[in-house]
Design a protein around this ligand. Structure first.
Ligand SMILES: Cc1cc2nc3c(=O)[nH]c(=O)nc-3n(C[C@H](O)[C@H](O)[C@H](O)COP(=O)(O)OP(=O)(O)OC[C@H]3O[C@@H](n4cnc5c(N)ncnc54)[C@H](O)[C@@H]3O)c2cc1C
Length: 479
């Protein structure tokens, strides 16, 4: 919809006010925003969703998703077995190394059990897990048609419930007084309007698309980062909230970052530029040196560390090197691998020092101990006397043709967050709860994810806290 009411051009002041005051203003248009909007509307509230993107591009990073991780006590039509709350919590503890708010994390995991059924009630459909390197058939529910279909379902439900949705509507300013949201300035079609609402749900992502902000922590290296999702998650609202008294949590350098094809576009490359072949070969930096154990753990527990690892290498570039035996073991990506008849020729094509790459491969091959290769378990194919080691799936790279993928850090989402409580209500710097501001999704992910990641948790955080935020915002607006 177009926001209507008096128009004030550009940056003119005073701003025109929308005649109507909503119960709940939701900033954002991804999973967290839609779950919040639907829950608020079902709770009896009038709701306006302001999504910065156009209708076609709606849905932020959620467009790219495939699955969600929810606890469940028994197998379902689409999940192959139980995934108890305690196991989910153990997995979270393992990947975060304990850097999580335990009470909030346990609350999220308990609520995720209901989310498994709640999403289908909002029109979302699941399909059985796909095969492939992530092996998530028991723990994660896959969306039929992927993230965009999931969003289509949520938007259809939102529209049918009478939720108003404004596209190309960017929240550019917030009026907050003593921890209380008063109004937002929303820009649409070059016109700014003041939107008043009894409560705010901020669900507009992290700051991963804001290279200048990333540079504050990463320095010039951030220029070489690729952003896997929407260019819109620039952290505008996050920054305003933190500047206006909301307490922050989470380490600003922590994020979900994977190694993606260096030839990917700067933004929105999505899943098709991710490379899941690290475990099948070796990874070298621009000096043709290995720098980390490629076979440390099963891929779902390790894929999200490779973005950071590559970010720490010179010029933030690395190369996955493998041979003909591995070519068909992983998901094909957008770009073909670079192929050569010999390691020497491959080095030439990658502009790497040929002697250095030959030496790295030779040394690696010599350290490989015989074993039984099995990429579905932590197998016994490993190196001996090599630093860093390759602990599993180590096989000689000796069968031509030889292949390489150049990779760069692909940032998925950042963890710096507004602090929230179990009601998804923002907490202020003085420790007290905000009167009427709630947050859901990436913008508060750092409450649960201090570091690390387990596949499917981004959507858990968005759906669980989105639903809670919407429910609580509606309640708040009534009081
Ligand atoms: C390639 C890729 C694959 C992924 N796969 C998975 C997966 O399979 N499972 C999983 O759990 N997670 C996955 N993730 C992570 C997941 O996408 C996010 O954790 C999740 O979608 C976040 O939901 P959200 O609603 O918080 O943010 P988003 O879905 O990013 O939505 C943020 C919204 O806010 C809008 N916005 C931003 N600023 C403003 C503003 N100022 N005013 C108005 N609107 C604004 C944006 O346009 C966008 O619509 C993936 C991410 C990527 C990039």
């Amino acid at each position: 919809m177009r926001l209507t009411g008096p128009r004030m051009p550009g940056n003119s002041h005073p701003m025109a006010k929308l005649p109507r005051k909503y119960d709940v203003l939701v900033a954002g248009g991804g999973n967290a925003a839609l779950c919040a909007a639907i829950a608020a509307r079902r709770g009896g509230a009038s709701v306006l969703v302001c999504e910065m993107a156009s209708k076609f591009w709606r849905g932020g990073n959620t467009r790219h998703t495939r699955n969600i991780r929810c606890a469940h006590d028994a197998a379902t039509e689409t999940l192959s077995g139980p995934y108890p709350e305690e196991e989910f919590f153990r997995d979270l503890l393992q990947v975060t190394g304990g850097a999580t708010d335990e009470a909030l994390a346990r609350h999220m995991i308990a609520e995720s059990k209901e989310i498994l059924d709640w999403l289908p009630q909002q029109g979302v459909r699941y399909q059985p897990s796909l095969g492939g390197t992530l092996s998530l058939g028991r723990t994660n529910s896959f969306f039929l048609g992927g993230g965009r279909s999931m969003l289509n379902a949520l938007y259809l439900t939102a529209e049918s419930l009478g939720i108003e949705i404004a596209y190309e509507a960017e929240v550019v300013d917030l009026h907050i007084e003593n921890g209380m949201f008063v109004s937002a300035t929303v820009q649409q079609g070059g016109v700014r309007r003041i939107v008043r609402a009894a409560t705010l749900v901020a669900a507009c992502g992290g700051f991963e698309s804001n290279i200048e902000w990333l540079k504050q922590y990463w320095g010039p290296a951030a220029d070489n980062f690729l952003i896997r999702g929407t260019p819109n998650n620039r952290g505008t609202v996050l920054k305003m909230l933190l500047d206006r008294g909301v307490a922050e949590t989470g380490d600003p350098t922590q994020c979900h970052a994977v190694a993606i094809d260096a030839r990917a576009p700067k933004y929105d490359g999505g899943i098709i530029t991710r490379l899941d072949c690290v475990v099948f070969g070796i990874v070298v930096n621009k000096n043709a040196q290995r720098f980390y154990d490629e076979g440390e753990e099963i891929w779902p527990k390790r894929y999200a560390i490779w973005g950071r690892l590559v970010a720490q290498q010179p010029d933030q570039i690395a190369y996955i090197i493998f041979d003909a035996t591995a070519l068909t073991l992983f998901m094909p990506s957008l770009y073909p691998p670079i192929a050569a008849a010999s390691i020497r020729e491959l080095a030439g094509k990658l502009s790497l020092d040929s002697d250095a790459l030959e030496n790295t491969v030779r040394t690696f091959n010599a350290a490989v101990r015989p074993g039984t290769f099995d990429d579905t378990i932590l197998d016994d194919c490993r190196t001996e006397g090599l630093a860093p080691p390759k602990s599993h799936w180590a096989r000689r790279i000796e069968t031509a043709p030889f292949y390489a993928y150049p990779v760069r850090p692909g940032i998925t989402f950042t963890y710096l967050a507004t602090r929230v409580n179990k009601e998804a209500r923002m907490l202020m710097k003085d420790g007290g709860p905000s009167a009427n501001m709630f947050a859901a999704g990436e913008i508060m992910s750092g409450n649960v994810l201090g570091r690390g990641y387990a596949a499917g948790m981004g959507m858990t955080i968005g759906s669980v806290f989105g639903r809670i935020a919407g429910r609580e915002a509606a309640k708040n607006a009534r009081n």
